[in-house]
Design a protein around this ligand. Structure first.
Ligand SMILES: Cc1ncc(COP(=O)(O)O)c(C=O)c1O
Length: 405
């Protein structure tokens, strides 16, 4: 679909029936938890029926292969070659497995990411200090963006890996992944791109990007719910990795029950761990299939059109928007600053009382994000509610409430 055609033809109403929550809520929190596709009911029913009627045979009838088969499905969203993507429970586990495959005992032991990386990833890499990792945090001047030049300067011959967010969760700033991958390649460093805040709303082509590894989860833009994270590893690199955090699914012959050392499987299986959480993986396919059906180019075009409209609307109303002005440097989310950021949770709760779902992150304001099923009128409704709350002060009734999402 050409850019222009996608821009004008995408119709959110063609998809809304598939997402039950849209009947009762103005759902603008897709950067946190995407709406559940109705098809999940059938997926989980099918899982239960298989378990109930096929019992232990289910392992050979799809359960054992689920992390690689569903990995192939997710791989289609990022143009990954067959058998290069595997599924795990979450990104923290994925990054721990990758980290455990690296050798920090040589001079090349530097780990480079921004201070705005998602915290769970920092915890993983900080934990590698005891194995010799040197962490280099690239600073932000404004708490929202990180100059690409500064990232490129930090990546040098001593850099082992650059595990960074593609789109930053707080500000929706989109890092220049192509420039960072090119620089890493030049100096022999690896890039692990966390696409949690991009895949499903920003088109990604792992082969065109030449990225070494990407990871992320299905919870947000992929509408797949919790427990279905992905890891892509570039062919060529894949064969050389031997994660220390491992399990029998990563073994060359798991059902031989060999004892002693790990003997790694060929291909993407070597990046696996123990028995998979099959129900979560199957449930998530409802989201993956829908994203493939809508198409990420169409989603991106529509997202830009919607966020640009909302940005103009909110700006006219006098709200400051800390997320990047240039849509090419943004993910699918806008952030809205409040006069006092501390009041963010109260605004979120006041909006929730009006069935408008958004969230707040300290230091960056209210996060709001349309997806392919969002109507323009819903974004107008949000902007109007924000003005009304600010003018009436009605958000103050919610000061004691805390939002935990
Ligand atoms: C960029 C990014 N990485 C990782 C995570 C979460 O990681 P995990 O799957 O380990 O919970 C999030 C969740 O909000 C995120 O936005």
């Amino acid at each position: 679909m050409s850019h222009e055609a996608a821009n004008t033809t995408h119709d959110p109403d063609a998809w809304r029936d598939r997402f039950p929550i849209l009947e009762s809520s103005t759902y603008l929190v897709n950067h946190s938890l995407g709406a559940m596709p109705r098809a999940v009911f059938g997926k989980l029913q099918g899982f239960a029926e298989q378990w109930a009627t096929r019992g232990v045979r289910s392992w050979a009838e799809g359960w054992w292969d689920a992390p690689t088969q569903i990995g192939n499905l997710v791989g289609r969203i990022m143009n990954a070659p067959e058998n290069t993507v595997v599924m795990h429970q979450n990104v923290s586990i994925v990054q721990s497995i990758v980290a455990s495959a690296l050798d920090f005992s040589t001079k090349r032991n530097k780990v480079v990411y921004t201070e705005l990386n998602f915290p769970t990833c920092m915890y993983v890499w900080e934990g590698m200090r005891k194995h010799g990792a040197r962490i280099h945090e690239v600073k932000s001047d404004d708490g929202a963006t990180v100059p690409t030049e500064r990232m490129l300067e930090a990546i040098d011959e001593e850099t082992l890996i650059v595990p960074i967010s593609h789109v930053l969760y707080k500000s929706s700033y989109q890092q220049d992944a192509a420039a960072i991958c090119a620089r890493a390649k030049e100096v022999g460093a690896l890039v692990l791109l966390d696409c949690y805040q991009s895949l499903g709303t920003v088109p990604i082509d792992v082969q065109a990007l030449g990225v070494d590894m990407i990871c992320g989860g299905s919870v947000k833009w992929l509408c797949g719910g919790p427990g279905a994270a992905y890891l892509y590893t570039r062919p060529g690199l894949l064969e050389s990795l031997e994660p220390g955090i491992t399990g029998w699914m990563a073994h060359a012959d798991p059902f031989a029950f060999e004892t002693g050392e790990q003997r790694y499987a060929q291909g993407s299986w070597r990046m696996l761990h123990g028995s998979p959480a099959v129900a979560s993986l199957l449930a998530a396919t409802a989201g993956h299939e829908t994203i493939l059906e809508v198409g990420t180019d169409a989603i991106r075009d529509y997202s830009i059109r919607m966020t640009e409209g909302l940005r103009a609307n909110l700006s006219e109303r006098g709200f400051a928007i800390p997320s990047p002005e240039d849509p090419a440097r943004r993910g699918g989310t806008l952030t809205v600053a409040l006069a006092d950021d501390e009041n963010g949770p109260a605004f979120v709760k006041a909006l929730e009382a009006r069935d408008i779902l958004v969230d707040h992150r300290p230091g960056s304001g209210i996060r709001v994000s349309p997806h392919f099923y969002t109507r323009e009128s819903e974004l107008d409704e949000f902007a109007e509610a924000m003005s009304e709350l600010r003018e009436s002060g009605a958000w103050k009734d919610f000061i004691a409430s805390t939002a935990v999402y």
